[in-house]
Design a protein around this ligand. Sequence first.
Ligand SMILES: Nc1ncnc2c1ncn2[C@@H]1O[C@H](COP(=O)(O)OP(=O)(O)O)[C@@H](O)[C@H]1O
Ligand SMILES: [Mg+2]
Length: 288
Amino acid sequence: MIITTENLIYKYGVGTPFEKTALDDVSLSIEDGDYVGIIGQTGSGKSTLISHFNAILKPTSGKVIVDGQDLWQDNKHKRIQTRFKVGLVFQYPEYQLFEDTVYNDIAFGPKNMGLSSEEIEKSVMRSIEFVGLDKKYLKKSPFELSGGQKRRVAIAGVMAMSPKVLILDEPAAGLDPKGRDEILARIREYHSETKSTVLLVSHSMEDIAKNAKSIIVMNRAKCIMHASVPEVFENAGMLEKIGLDIPQITRVFISLNEKGYKVSRNIYTVEDASREIMRCLREGGLYD
Ligand SMILES: Nc1ncnc2c1ncn2[C@@H]1O[C@H](COP(=O)(O)OP(=O)(O)O)[C@@H](O)[C@H]1O
Ligand SMILES: [Mg+2]
């Protein structure tokens, strides 16, 4: 397991009238190399949860163990090492760009890690390739770029630290559909090439279905489910009850199945759907 939480509780504003339990007894384990989607309504605790994984937030009680290290038991030096192991891309990370050039922005993390300038250059080049940004931008100011390009620079900056775990909080928010698919495809490629663990926070079931292998479902500060994608989407009723929805295409295939058509219920993407329809047609039609 790369990340484990044990009875993790987090409260904002302890001792004030605004005290709020944002994580309520969360115990979960994330397998090394997994691609985990984290879903849940706004305010369910997703961002609070992931902020614990690189020690930005300290549990009110409970444990966070990363790569075998109890983050708040072990000494501070080790905790700083963990920050490099877990790369966190915040929501709208483009607002955090601040260096004079794209190169320096991406190089900021690796520099902090104390890498040599050769190693820094290598990791910068590798990570702009991961996010699909042309080398010609490296000398430009980040402020000359479009919104989508800035987002890529910010993501590349975290990838450049080669974290064992890459966590992205709504990385596609605010992008157009093409931009969304593009950035998610890049992250998918990064995952399969580096074999690192990826955590993707998203409220889009389609995006999660297309990308993740397992899903953590958050609801009102609790982790109410952590299972494979098909297992989670089998619980359409439960998801609906907590204000989430299965992908539209899944809904279509479940109702086709219920109407007696011989199609699978586990269809999550349009590509799955077309493959399934072709399969049915090849095997002698959609009817019994
Ligand atoms: N800095 C904060 N101070 C007080 N309450 C907060 C703060 N950040 C988040 N919360 C509250 O904690 C709960 C969980 O928030 P958050 O983790 O941001 O949820 P999500 O990312 O799922 O939208 C919400 O009720 C939110 O209002
Ligand atoms: Mg959030």
